[in-house]
Design a protein around this ligand. Structure first.
Ligand code: ZN
Length: 494
C-alpha cells in the first residue's frame, strides 16, 4: 500500500499587507523526500506514525509551511506546487494521498489556495482517495469538499492535536484503501463569522461545548468516522464564508447530512456567546490603577501575527509609555525599519527611534522617542509546542530597548506566538514584569507566570480585530454579527 504525504501550509489575512513569498516558507521550513523523517512538525510525524502502524509504504513529497501573513505570491505557490507534483508523478502507482494543509490560505489573485490546489490534484489523480488535514479555522468551500474524500480538522484551540489528527487521517485512509470503510463527507456551513476570542476548546465557552458534544456523538456511533467543527478564520474576504460542522460517516450520506446539519443549527443557536465586549488600550490601562495584581497581561488581539498581521502596532505601547508607571513593562513589536536604525549601534547607546506602523500605515502612527539599547539577538528560538512544536522560529535580528521602565522587544520579522518564545529567546523572565504585552488572542494561556495575573483583551485598529464587523468585507456580507437581524442560513456541501 503506497501512500504519499505532503502539504503547503500557511494562513492568509486579506486585510494585512504582509505578502507571503518563498522566503517565508524557507523561514518556516520546507522538507523534501527523506527530509520528512527529520521534521518535528507534529502533523507530519502523526501521519508517518499512523502509516507505519498500517504497514504502508510512505512516499514523502514536499511539505512547506510559513507563518501566517497576507496573500501568497503566485510564483511561490507554483514553485512549491510543481516541486510537490513532480515528486508525486514519479510514483504513479500510488494508492492514496494525505496533504496537511491549513485551509485558509489565499493566493495573490484572491483565489483560495487550498481549494485551487486540491482541484488541480483531483483532476490528475481521479481514482485514488485523497485525505487532507486542516486547522479548525479553515475556510471550507464546495470545491474543496468535492476535491477530496475526507477532511479532518484539528479539534483543539489552542492547537495541540495536530499529531493525533495526522495519525487519524493516516489510519482512516489505510482502512479506506483496504476497502474496510467507505467515507461519506458532508459539510454544513452556517452564516456566523466571529473572531476566535471566545472559541477556545478549553473551559466553558460556546465552541468548547459544541466541540465536546460533537466529539461525543462521534465516539458514541460506530459508523461516524470523523467529525470536525469549524470557526471560519474571519480575516478573509471570500464568497460564502461560513462556520459549521463537517461529518464523515461510513457509507451513510444521510447520516452525515443529518448530524452536520444538527451541529450547524446548534452553532447558530450559540452565536451570541461568540461575541465579546471590546476595549481600547486607553480604556484598559486607565482602568488598571486600582487593581492589585502581580501581572497584567495585555492581549492586543487586533495585531496578531498568528492571524496574519505584521505585528507592528504600537497602540498599547504608546499607552504604556503614557502611563509611565514605576513598574516594569515588556512589549513586543515587529519593525524592520526600526531595526535598520539600530543596526551597528552598541548596547548601552541611546538612539532616537521611530517604531511601529511603518509597513502598513493605515492602522496607526509610529512612536518617536529616545531609547536605550539593552540587548540584541539573531532572533532564533525553538517552539515549545503548537503547530511548529520542536521547529525553529526566526524573528530575525532583534533588539531589546527601553525608555524609563518600558522595555520593548523589536523584531525584524513576524512570528507566531505560542508560549512567549520570543521573549525567552532574549533570556527575559516574564515574572519580572508587571505589564506584559502579547498579541495572540488564545495562546497567551501558555505563558507560565507565577503570582496573581489578570488578562485583558485589547481591540485596536488592526488587521485582526476582535470585532470583525469593523472589516471592509466585499465578498461575504450576509452573516451574523455583520447584521444582527440576520436569519439562519445553512448550506450543505457533499
Ligand atoms: Zn487556527
Amino acid at each position: 500500500m503506497k501512500i504519499a504525504i505532503g502539504g503547503i501550509f500557511t494562513e492568509s489575512n486579506q486585510f494585512s499587507l504582509n505578502p507571503i513569498t518563498v522566503n517565508e516558507f524557507k523561514r518556516g521550513g520546507i522538507f523534501r523526500g527523506s527530509e520528512f523523517y527529520e521534521a518535528s512538525v507534529p502533523s507530519i510525524r502523526g501521519c508517518i506514525e499512523g502509516l507505519n502502524e498500517e504497514n504502508a509504504e510512505i512516499i514523502p513529497l514536499l511539505y512547506a509551511s510559513a507563518s501566517p501573513g497576507g496573500k501568497i505570491s503566485l510564483d511561490t505557490f507554483e514553485e512549491l506546487y510543481s516541486d510537490l507534483m513532480a515528486r508525486l508523478r514519479q510514483n504513479m502507482n500510488l494508492e492514496g494521498l494525505i496533504l496537511n494543509m491549513h485551509g485558509a490560505a489565499v493566493l495573490e489573485n484572491g483565489s483560495h489556495l487550498d481549494s485551487a490546489m486540491l482541484e488541480r490534484i483531483r483532476e490528475e489523480l481521479c481514482k485514488i482517495p485523497i485525505f487532507i488535514t486542516v486547522d479548525l479555522h479553515a475556510y471550507i468551500t464546495e470545491n474543496l469538499v468535492r476535491s477530496c474524500d475526507a477532511i479532518l480538522a484539528w479539534n483543539t484551540y489552542p492547537h495541540r492535536d495536530m499529531f493525533d489528527i495526522g495519525k487519524k487521517a493516516a489510519k482512516l485512509l489505510s482502512r479506506t484503501i483496504r476497502g474496510e470503510i467507505n467515507p461519506k463527507m458532508v459539510f454544513s456551513g452556517v452564516n456566523v463569522i466571529t473572531s476566535a476570542i471566545n472559541a477556545s476548546t478549553d473551559g466553558p465557552g460556546p465552541f468548547a461545548k459544541l466541540m465536546a458534544e460533537q466529539l461525543k456523538a462521534e465516539a458514541d456511533q460506530d459508523d461516524i468516522l470523523s467529525t470536525s467543527l469549524f470557526l471560519c478564520q474571519p480575516y478573509l474576504d471570500q464568497p460564502n464564508m461560513m462556520s459549521g460542522s463537517l461529518v464523515i460517516s461510513n457509507n451513510d450520506l444521510h447520516k452525515a447530512q443529518r448530524l452536520s446539519y444538527e451541529f450547524a443549527e446548534k452553532y447558530w443557536n450559540k452565536r451570541v456567546e461568540f461575541l465579546s465586549e471590546t476595549k481600547s488600550a486607553i480604556q484598559v490601562l486607565d482602568s488598571l490603577k486600582s487593581e492589585e495584581y502581580d501581572h497584567h497581561v495585555l492581549v492586543e488581539a487586533s495585531d496578531c501575527c498568528g492571524g496574519g498581521a505584521i505585528g507592528d502596532s504600537v497602540h498599547t505601547i504608546r499607552q504604556l509609555m503614557r502611563l509611565n508607571s514605576d513598574q516594569k513593562s515588556l512589549s513586543i513589536v515587529v519593525d524592520p525599519k526600526a531595526i535598520n536604525q539600530l543596526r551597528d549601534k552598541n548596547i548601552g547607546a541611546i538612539v532616537k527611534l521611530k517604531i511601529g506602523h511603518q509597513a502598513d500605515t493605515k492602522w496607526g502612527n509610529p512612536i518617536e522617542d529616545n531609547f536605550e539599547i539593552i540587548d540584541k539577538s539573531a532572533g532564533l528560538f525553538t517552539y515549545q509546542g503548537g503547530i511548529w512544536g520542536g521547529e525553529t522560529g526566526d524573528m530575525g535580528l532583534s533588539y531589546l530597548v527601553k525608555k524609563s521602565e518600558n522595555y520593548i522587544l523589536i523584531n525584524s520579522k513576524p512570528t507566531y506566538e505560542w508560549a512567549g518564545e520570543q521573549y525567552h529567546a532574549m533570556n527575559l523572565d516574564l515574572n519580572n514584569y508587571k505589564y506584559i504585552l502579547v498579541k495572540n488572542p488564545m495562546n497567551y494561556k501558555n505563558l507560565k507566570l507565577t503570582g496573581r495575573t489578570k488578562y485583558h483583551r485589547i481591540d485596536e485598529s488592526g488587521p485582526t480585530p476582535i470585532d470583525v464587523e469593523k472589516l471592509p468585507f466585499t465578498k461575504s456580507k450576509e452573516f451574523f454579527p455583520k447584521n444582527l437581524e440576520e436569519k439562519m442560513m445553512i448550506r450543505q456541501y457533499l
